[in-house]
Design a protein around this ligand. Sequence first.
Ligand code: HEM
Length: 507
Amino acid sequence: MRSLEQPIRPFPVLDDTRPDDMSLPAFMVSTTRGFLPRMDPIVALPPEFEALESILQRMPVKTLVGEPGLLAVGKLGETVTTELPDLTDAVDKYRANLPLMNALYRDYSFLASAYLLEPCHERFVRGEGYGLARDVLPANIARPIAKCADLCGFKPFMEYAGSYALFNYRLVDPSAGLASSNLRLIRAFEHGLDPTSSEAGFVLVHIEMVKHSGPLVAGAVACIEACASSLTPSALPESPPPRQALNAALSTVLSSLQKINATMETMWSRSRPTEYTSFRTFIFGITSQSMFPNGVLYEGVPNLSPNNRASFRGESGANDSMIPLVDNLLSIPMPTTPLTEILQDFRSYRPGEHRRFLEWVKSAGVSAGLKDWALALAHDPPSFTPVDGTEKNDEEDEQAKTETRALWIKVLDQVRDFRWRHWCFAREYILKRTSHPTATGGSPIVTWLPNQLAAVMDEMVRVYEAVGGGLGQEVEGIMDLVGRQRDMLRKEVRKFCEERGVTGDGV
Ligand code: HEM
């Protein structure tokens, strides 16, 4: 019989994101903005940071006014040396304003990556390999970035949410909100200040997907609440029966994932596959990259790592929180492979509140027995303790149970859809264009994405078989597709592994 040993403590998911409250971190979790920051990112820095602002505006390969910037002429390094004071004290002055700390973290991390990778970019445009990057970050960047990263709970190197993607947009017309045509990047490396460029398209599609994550968060929380309420006799009399509430919550999760995936599909037209590798040079991390064989020395930051040589994973969508949220909600098992260890390592590169929320979803779902209850699998006894103490109850209604199972598979299918499209991105934007073996986050480019994609497809087959099928035509169609894609993926990974002489790493 299922029971809750301890009541599940709710997670502080915000409904009102309190955009004017500067004492809270920029990144929390809400039912309205999901995983986006609580407020639109701060664009303008205080006057003390004028020198930083000036360099950042002149930095991109193409500046806002369309002229060649410092990275186009190989002058960023010397400009940082001659023009940028160490502004650590100014950072400290504003330390109580956490969203501003986040903006400074974003800006210093853009400068740090551009500074370190400038020599690689120069070689790349000459058609050579990346060679070695600079491996010393001077104190005028290292000290302030270490300070603001510490205050915001980030690592002192570019991350996906806090810097490159989710805290890097501004609104042309503040009253028009997050409409696609109203978004521009604040910072860019290459041509990204032009909204029609591939760099802008790449970043903005991420933001526009995360824009739909509010209902995803709300639906996930509602799934856990429904499950917990099925075990708690004190459920309010007017609340719907738990299984009905679960099905409504899963439907919310499903529709929000459908929107997210539909937005993801726009990547093909908004960011050209042939152009990705050129701005990508600047978003590589340090970990497992040939450009940084000895890590990076952060001057003036003595306690960053034991040997003073720091190594961080780079900007990667792998640090986005939407798909990991669903992985945790549905308890999708990942294989025990070195590749899955990388997936776990990525967790530490998210805003603290995102991390804590994902952990909460995982542990709350497990302690309430969400998956077993939802799927009503054979190893869970057929009779749960009914809320009203009687043996007969609505939860056991066959129709509602079948609906839950079908919804569960459909939600899994959205995760598959995301990861399949993602594998197609990796093939078209990366594998066909470069032989560099690692992705920006330091994962092996051929095998890592298939590790998780195969895991989802395996889980779909397992769940479908465990419930004995019978979930209607739509689900049958989904499962047919899964069978075909599993074969296709195996063949493609084998082909790329053979061509590149890499092992399957357990995929
Ligand atoms: C042209 C488009 C894209 C390319 C080429 C691309 C490339 C990659 C690569 C190579 C990885 C492996 C991890 C690493 O960096 O080491 C990755 C992971 C990931 N990316 Fe992307 N990405 C793209 C778009 C997106 C978008 C729009 C999102 C939306 C949030 C996203 C979310 C993710 C996620 C969640 C993972 C982890 C995948 C998993 O858990 O299986 N990516 N991406």
